[in-house]
Design a protein around this ligand. Structure first.
Ligand SMILES: CC(C)(COP(=O)(O)OP(=O)(O)OC[C@H]1O[C@@H](n2cnc3c(N)ncnc32)[C@H](O)[C@@H]1OP(=O)(O)O)[C@@H](O)C(=O)NCCC(=O)NCCSC(=O)CCS(=O)O
Length: 378
């Protein structure tokens, strides 16, 4: 895909920001297991917190291709920060953008796209991830409120986030059609961060278990109508998956760039290792795979910008990019030899950070369910 002038400008602007402000600090944020709060204000200043939202509610209207390019650049700086940004710009405020009424947009969406409130999304539960309609979390109507009880698992930004889209069963007899979606301010009494995961990578981004304990949510925070929750969840996961695929391209590209630089400097058998065909061909394969994944991501994103169906393309981009990225990051470690395994160099972090991309926001196996259905049923 050939980028237009605006898309090129966005990519270059975010690349400069990521290389100056994010990449040099990513190790420190990882050690602290936290981001400095001002990083979100800085990204908001650049229009990155409302990239797919219209200007009339304060969004930057950059679109999905712009978002994919931005996420690639942020991920090349730090995978963890790109996850938080991707979740915010897709499943975080996307459901309100698509299904919210005017009051909900004014009250919840506007502060999110301005970067004043951070978005998060809670579908997964301890006993169910892929089988997403098997939720146990309950929402019972009580006058002009719903009372939510249950546990949500692996929630990105569950601790630092401000506005959560939560899915809960309102009618247990109706399966997927008995699930509803709610806008939950995370300072609501009964919203409890019960634990934080200790992860292999992406440590600066919090991944929380959340317990809803008699959490009372005003009925006006119901998103769409009762029973629409599963549809709302699945339709927004599509853009989330393009976001995760973009991150994979970013982390893999960063690993490739690091491997190329190292291979030009490291000498073995009397010449730089990039002049040995074993390494040169490995770099060629890595570059080819990154390029192919980027094109798939940009294609899915451009369909989304054109408001065309892209369920299959989003899933294809995610499964391909996430599996490609693990291979490329592993190959980068191989190019570095023993140093690649050391935290003295960045490639071991890319490898750790990228592994989860084959799991969150729909495993590779779930993507293959979606793709195979589209291939078989048309
Ligand atoms: C495995 C699954 C794909 C199985 O899906 P189902 O067969 O149960 O669902 P469907 O019958 O296909 O769809 C139900 C309903 O939704 C409509 N739908 C589906 N996709 C879309 C779409 N892209 N756009 C619009 N509408 C859509 C579909 O037409 C049906 O509507 P009708 O009933 O016909 O009216 C699925 O369960 C699945 O994807 N599982 C994986 C879930 C997943 O990715 N979980 C991770 C969530 S991330 C999280 O919670 C952690 C927080 S994080 O930090 O993000």
């Amino acid at each position: 895909m050939i980028l237009n002038e605006e898309q090129t400008l966005i990519r270059d602007m975010v690349r400069n920001f990521a290389q100056d402000r994010i990449a040099p600090n990513a190790r420190e944020w990882e050690a602290n297991e936290a981001f400095p709060p001002e990083i979100f204000a800085e990204m908001a200043e650049l229009g990155l917190m409302g990239m797919v939202a219209p200007a009339e509610i304060g969004g930057s209207e950059i679109g999905y291709v712009g978002l994919a390019l931005a996420l690639e650049e942020i991920a090349a700086g730090d995978g963890a920060l790109s996850t938080v940004l991707s979740v915010h710009n897709s499943v975080g405020y996307g459901p309100i953008l698509k299904f919210g009424n005017n009051e909900q947009k004014e009250k919840f969406l506007a502060p999110m796209v301005a970067g004043e409130k951070l978005g998060c999304f809670a579908l997964t539960e301890p006993h169910t991830g892929s089988d997403a309609s098997a939720l146990k979390c309950r929402a019972k109507r009580d006058g002009d409120h719903y009372v939510l009880n249950g546990t949500k698992q692996f929630i990105t930004s569950g601790k630092i986030g401000d506005t959560l889209i939560a899915f809960a069963v309102t009618d247990p007899d109706k399966g997927g059609k008995g699930i509803s979606a709610f806008i939950v301010p995370t300072d609501t009494p009964g919203y409890i961060v019960s634990s934080l995961e200790h992860k292999m990578g992406q440590k600066a981004s919090d991944t929380a278990q959340i317990v809803f304990e008699d959490m009372r949510i005003p009925a006006e925070n119901l998103l769409g109508e009762e029973g629409m929750g599963y549809k709302i969840a699945l339709s927004n996961l599509e853009s989330g998956r393009i976001g995760i695929a973009s991150q994979c391209v970013g982390m893999a590209r960063a690993a490739l760039d690091a491997a190329v630089e190292y291979a030009k400097e490291r000498v073995a058998f009397g010449k730089p290792i990039c002049e040995h065909q074993a390494i040169a061909f490995k770099l060629a394969d890595m570059a080819t795979q990154v390029h192919a994944a980027r094109q798939m991501v940009l294609h899915a994103a451009s369909l989304k910008d054109a408001d065309q169906p892209c369920l299959k393309e989003a899933s294809m981009a995610k499964v391909f990019a996430s599996e490609m990225a693990e291979r490329v990051c592993s190959d980068a470690i191989q190019v570095f030899g023993g140093y690649g395994y050391s935290s003295e160099f960045p490639v071991e972090k890319y490898y750790r950070d990228v592994r989860i991309c084959q799991i969150y926001e729909g495993t590779s196996e779930v993507q293959k369910i979606v793709i195979s259905r589209a291939v078989i049923n048309g």
